[in-house]
Design a protein around this ligand. Structure first.
Ligand code: FES
Ligand code: FES
Length: 157
């Protein structure tokens, strides 16, 4: 199977076509940004971008993404200043993470949101981010960082 992974064409053995993409990313490619949380599409810890849309990699097989563009947290900053996507930069500035376990999902959901909607209002942010759980209660900082990233991206554009 051919997958474009973080901008590179990669080959996945056909033997793994029905394996969860999350496991192949982590165990096969050493991409540990996406995390295993619930394994049933309810926490968002495993989000990756598939053709620009944030999707739970625990629910995708390798065959599902054959011929498509997959971006993980590791590839998100490519082409951005200091190798950090503006969302990643804003999360650092706002000291968003606590334990950090959910943060892959938060960053991948937020960056997909801003790609589709560069100046989201609060309801739009809530709708995009509510599916990504955080047990540490960082939601207030997450939302502040998303709006800061949106402002930064508007200044660059
Ligand atoms: S591990 Fe995939 S949504 Fe929770
Ligand atoms: S920072 Fe700990 S679960 Fe979100």
């Amino acid at each position: 199977l051919k997958i474009n992974l973080n901008g590179r064409d990669e080959t996945v053995p056909a033997l793994l076509e029905n394996d969860p993409l999350l496991f192949v990313l982590r165990d096969g490619f050493g991409l540990n940004g996406p995390k295993f949380g619930c394994g049933e599409a309810t926490c968002g810890a495993c989000l990756v971008h598939v053709d620009g849309v944030a999707l739970p990699s625990c629910q995708l097989t390798c065959a599902d993404v054959a011929g498509r563009q997959v971006v993980t947290l590791e590839g998100l900053g490519a082409g951005h200043k200091d190798g950090l996507h503006p969302v990643q930069h804003a999360f650092l500035v706002h000291s968003v993470p606590q334990c950090g376990y959910c943060q892959n999902g938060q960053v991948m959901a937020a960056s997909a949101l801003l790609a589709a909607n560069p100046r989201p209002d609060e309801p739009a942010v809530a709708a995009a981010m509510d599916p990504v759980l955080c047990r540490c209660g960082t939601q207030t900082r997450i939302r502040a960082a998303i709006h800061a990233a949106a402002r930064a991206m508007a200044e660059v554009a």
